[in-house]
Design a binder for this molecule. Sequence first.
Ligand code: SF4
Length: 508
Amino acid sequence: MSRLTVCAPLGVEARALRRGLAASREEVDVIRTGYGRVRAAAAAARIAASAPDMLAIGGVAGGLTTDERVGDLVVASEVRDGSKTVRCPSAPLLAGELRRAGLAARTGPIATVDHLLRDGEHAQLAATGAIAVDMESAPLLAGAQGRPAVVLRAISDTPDHPLASPRIVTGGLAALRSLRAAAPVLAQWAAAVGQRHVLLASPRSFCAGVERAIEIVELALEQHGAPVYVRKQIVHNATVVADLERAGAIFVDELSEVPDGAMVVFSAHGVSPEVRQEAAQRGLDAVDATCPLVAKVHAEARRFAADGYLVALIGHAGHEEVDGTLGEAPGAMALVETTADVARLRPADPGKVAYLMQTTLAADEASGIVDAITDRFPAATGPGSDDICYATTNRQRAVRAIAARSDLVLVAGSANSSNSQRLVETAERAGTTAYLVDGPQDIQLGWLAGASTVGVAAGASAPPAIVGEIVAALGGLGEVHTEDVVVATESIQFGLPKELRKQTADLG
Ligand code: SF4
């Protein structure tokens, strides 16, 4: 078993950490390393000589921002020492686990300085982006000698509750309590440390429809100026939505929330004709980001309905794409989620039944329902070409390929993303435990303990950068060897809506 070495500059800090780690089953040494950078450097040299398997630095620190409170925990994303910076890539994993344990924890740069901060120096350091300050972390990190390391500090003073105030005693105690409460999570971090083989499912992340939808909102903001309203999430991903909100997009659930005359973008999942009519009646400047492959399913629904068919739409109730497609022919369509729903279909003419699909279904799940439809209605007819889109199909094939070789599969994607959820189910059907994560902060350390081969996939709405962040975080737990598992290459691109194309040309 590997051994965790925990460095605590002060005796009170070491005691708090020891008490918190008392029940741990990990092999742990808590070392008091002394106050200030000179003692820290000497301790680091001794620790380095003992070649630790992994290192955790724990103690109190000064907060630099006004939104930090005494007792909050800070996990260093990097430690800065003048012009030198040492990164701590597993910080999001530790901070996420601390938050799940009910503790207030954030990640950010910690600065190491050589003196207690004087008036005005808090603001100067905060302006560099640092969120906490201490006097030992940078020299102590040298003791890790490149092995996995984390820095966990509890805030004992803040710009609003400075060190010199009488409240320091209260602040110090609150910080030590937080440190003790956080210590068992350090043991969980230690249990997750290890070298890993990471299999990257390819294709992964953005599809052509998602790239187009994001570009439409960005172009609308550029050409029209903020705010631009977007009905529903443009794509189902929390990071994408947050980024566009920062750029000036306002996401609303219904058109009634959009002011008269404003610009509104319809999401990639599509809308029903009723929504388009409402926008036109209100004189809204509407831009349609519906994926062309969703629009194709809408067109099929209209065609079948016009030809007198009952159209069974295989999909999930409440999903925006399903709502939009059902809205194309409300009197002629029925949602089918399960084979049991097939038994409830009541077509006027059993010889005129058609079926369509939500574009992001799992192919194997949908084919069972198609079988039930054709068993009951042998003349049933389907779409001219597959409704489950190329991106969904490719990502499911890729996840099957990595699941077969992985101890664990992590799928980057948001909980409301249908195609990402289907990737988790696809991996599980292949017999491998899989989890959906919005980013490294959602990865539970317990999942990683004992998982030496980790598959990483990403739904069509998940930004590629998230996969990079996940791999980097795993790299903070030990050496990572990555392998791309490629099942297909994609080159599909969709054109922009004519309204934006024209303005782009005008601007050009
Ligand atoms: S997943 Fe498929 S249908 Fe959905 S936006 Fe991407 S390409 Fe279009």
